[in-house]
Design a protein around this ligand. Sequence first.
Ligand code: ZN
Length: 116
Amino acid sequence: MRSRYTAFALDLVDYLRATWHPSTRPQTLAPDPSTQWKRLSIENAPKPEGGRGTVHFTAYFFEGGWHALEEVSRFVFEAGRWYYLDGEPRLARLKLGRNERCPCGSHRKFKACCSG
Ligand SMILES: [Zn+2]
């Protein structure tokens, strides 16, 4: 899961394709250099059962403004490895106050970090 996020961050399209279950994998998967992935927060990752697992995460990224992508991803275990199956992403644009904590994960105030 974390390795898939890293792949998104680095635009490793081939790796994403390889870990995406064939039944749900898109025909084409193009890298998007305008999206800057900043931080991954795992909200919940219950112990997988019967070859199925879920990971609830929020990923923060910058693309003309700060956004949060929240998803409960479903994974399936086949042939000795985990594959991403699907998920329902919820996308939100973040409205950040200057004194709020920066979404990049630095633990600094937004105004003193990534506000521009
Ligand atoms: Zn920051």
